[in-house]
Design a protein around this ligand. Sequence first.
Ligand code: 13P
Length: 250
Amino acid sequence: MRKKIVVGNWKMNNGVAASEQLAADLLAALGSSFTGCDVGIAPTFLSLTTAGKVIAGSTIQLVAQNCHYENDGAYTGEVSAAMLKGAGCSSVIIGHSERRQFFGETNATVNLRVKKALAEGLDVILCVGETLAERESGVTGDIVSAQVREGLVGVSDISNVVIAYEPVWAIGTGKTATSAQAEEVHLMIRTLVTELYGEPAAQALRIQYGGSVKPSNAVELFAMPNIDGGLIGGASLNAADFVAIVQAAA
Ligand code: 13P
């Protein structure tokens, strides 16, 4: 039985003070030793330290939204995996569709980041998902398979990897994939991972769904056999909504 995992991706929202407040509100609502499912929050780089202090010692995990694949050096605007680890992060989101769409991330750069993060002892949430045009032209399986395969090239052990399936057309649009649509892709991902890593690793792998998850649809999504939690954008900015989604996974 896989333990579900729910992570709030705050994206480019909440300054330092607002991040501190939201982290405190979540801690107050969930308590410091919540174990019903794994829970994480991903503030911006700027707010990681402050939010991390609030949740330190609790079971709520500190997650970063990206990391670079070099150790250090002349990479203006980037943050290394080791720096995130040092700041208290246990995990990092890599290959989010917004990084792919707006910041030129490719499966190859995603793969470099995945390998570096794992090497530095961070868990990885590897994001995959098709655009609307890709879905409508019937290539969802090809696109998502390539993202999984190429994102994991050279990764021999996936025990510290979570895959997040986030159909691009469902992100921030209010259009959720139906639980059946999501389950179909999650099952396809698990089948592919079975081919790549074998049955035990594939059965242990957690596959989150992301894209307009709300308290009103979380229960149904999380009830699907291959949906192991959620990566939550908009609804994670409201403490009550995020807590309701976490409770749906617990
Ligand atoms: P929304 O929940 O706002 O659709 O965002 C999903 C997402 O991109 C999480 O990473």
